[in-house]
Design a binder for this molecule. Structure first.
Ligand code: BES
Ligand code: ZN
Ligand code: ZN
Length: 485
């Protein structure tokens, strides 16, 4: 999809279709051109409501009010509406309220690209998004004294952000037969080559040398050998050093504590944290942000077999702590325990953020659309919450507490891999991870449980069925902020 920015008035732009945003309460105003037709078709300009007037080559889309989130979702809805038409080009006004609102422009671009996404790798007939060219008019250029360069940059940042999100969605949606640990490593190496990142991939021999025995135990019954991936973006004068850690379970069968059939469906989603890290690294490199970013991924498949790790096993993590396995389906935290240890050994970061589809309990607690934010210190947690808000993602804090922490006690090892209570499972999983964060890093670390939004079996907001790319937009926003400090 090509974007073009022009100062020509919208009427003078040559395009197959005009996309018009209508604020709910403005439908009665004189400046709405097709009032009669819209009324006839029952269009009320409710948020995300669309009305395509073929005879006028105009697509109307409603919003509750003009703000980034509403525009982003409305744009996505508009593009979904157009997916079955033959319109090749589209023109749109800018909907910037004043000269500081370039974020509206970015949200429009993000919405269009996120809404145009479809995953049809496994369909014999491929859906083709018809729209190829989008022309955005900065008609009020003079009135608002807009800066063309700033506007162009908002569009470019929107494009990079949405492309990275769609890139992540593609990997998440890929089947476990086609995407296993080695595949994730190949994707990382491909990114390194395309965008001048450093990339190191650890195979089982090196993992053993690094004493990542809990990760190796989870991986043992799979025919696909595990990988730990370390991607690095290293600018000359970084404003901060950040480590990102992603859970990359390319399939989670539950292991010997086998998941019931229905719960196993969609467990290709369990690599979403890793896929988010890959998408973020791509965007960081493309934006050439002045922050040093390290992406660590634990890529493993959790399977059953004669060689599988078992409930009752005691594992020794990289940091020396012993873990009693009481449920092999709580495998993500075991993999992350070692990758968090490795990340801390390799990089002295200012902040560490992990992304993981860690618990069904997070989905129970906050629902399908929201990520759970956990950690020991409010400062970095609030940074994430703010960045999520600015990016259009939903995130909310779940606080740790000492009483739930005690539920991880083990009679035979330093810690148990599951809690002894069925409640508060997202928090106890987060508190388990905290045991593998070194003392000096406790306040620098945030755990982001993306189990809710990472993969949803219906479309929502600007997201399609399946992988959403959760985590990507919020982290890009945060890294941009750190880079521009
Ligand atoms: N990958 C799952 C968590 C999950 C569940 C993600 C549903 C997305 C949707 C994780 O490895 C898991 O199985 N967790 C268990 C933990 C339990 C055994 C303590 C869970 O949530 O049931
Ligand atoms: Zn599991
Ligand atoms: Zn899992």
């Amino acid at each position: 999809m090509n974007f073009e920015l022009t100062i020509s008035p919208i009427n003078e732009i040559d395009a197959a279709l005009e996309l018009i945003v209508v604020v709910n309460k403005n439908l009665k105003h004189d400046f709405i051109q097709d009032k009669k037709l819209l009324k006839k078709s029952g269009f009320k300009a409710g948020q995300d409501e669309t009305c395509l007037l073929i005879e006028k080559n105009r697509l109307y889309v409603g919003v509750e009010s003009i703000n980034d989130d509403n525009l982003r979702i409305a744009m996505a809805k508009a593009l979904q509406t157009l997916s079955s038409t033959k319109y090749k080009s589209l023109k749109i006004a800018n909907y910037m309220e004043n000269k500081t609102s370039y974020s509206n422009l970015r949200a429009i671009v993000e919405g269009l690209l996120l809404g145009a996404y479809s995953f049809d790798t496994y369909k014999t007939t491929k859906a083709k998004q018809p729209i190829k060219d989008i022309i955005i008019s900065l008609e009020e250029y003079n009135a608002f004294d807009l800066d063309m360069e700033d506007a162009a940059s908002a569009i470019e940042l929107g494009q990079i952000t949405a492309d990275a999100t769609n890139f992540t969605r593609d990997i998440v949606n890929t089947t476990p037969e086609d995407c296993f640990p080695e595949t994730l490593a190949n994707i990382a190496e491909g990114l390194a080559e395309d965008f001048e990142l450093e990339c190191k991939v650890l195979k089982p021999k090196q993992l053993r040398k690094e004493k990542m025995e809990t990760l190796l135990a989870v991986a043992r019954a799979s025919r696909h050998k595990p990988r730990v991936i370390h991607l690095t973006h290293k600018p000359k004068n970084p404003k901060a050093v950040i480590s990102l850690i992603g859970k990359g379970l390319t399939y989670d069968s539950g292991g010997l504590s086998l998941k019931p059939g229905a719960s196993m469906v969609n467990m290709k989603l369990d690599k979403s944290g890793a896929c988010a890290v890959l998408g973020i690294m791509k965007a960081v490199a493309e934006m050439n942000l002045e922050v040093e970013v390290h992406g660590f991924i634990g890529a493993v498949e959790n399977m059953i077999g004669g060689d599988a790790y078992k409930p009752d096993d005691v594992l020794v993590a990289k940091n020396g702590k012993t873990i009693e396995v009481r449920n092999t389906d709580a495998e993500g935290r075991l993999v992350l325990a070692d990758v968090l240890g490795y990340a801390q050994q390799e990089v002295e970061a200012d902040y560490m953020f992990d992304f993981a589809t860690l618990t069904g309990a997070s989905v129970v607690a906050v629902g399908h659309y929201t990520s759970s934010i956990m950690g020991n210190c409010d400062v970095p947690k609030d940074m994430i919450i703010d960045a999520a808000k600015a990016s259009g993602e939903l995130a909310t804090k779940l606080d740790f507490n000492r009483h739930l922490g005690k539920c991880l006690k083990s009679n035979v090892a330093d810690i148990s891999n599951i809690s002894n209570t069925p409640y508060g499972g997202a928090i106890t999983a987060g508190m388990f991870l905290s045991e593998f964060i070194n003392k000096e890093n406790k306040d620098k670390w945030v755990h982001i449980d993306i189990a809710g939004p990472a993969y949803v079996e219906h479309a929502w907001g600007e997201n399609p069925i399946g992988g959403s790319g959760a985590g990507v937009r919020m982290m890009i926003k945060l890294l941009e902020k750190l880079a521009n400090k």
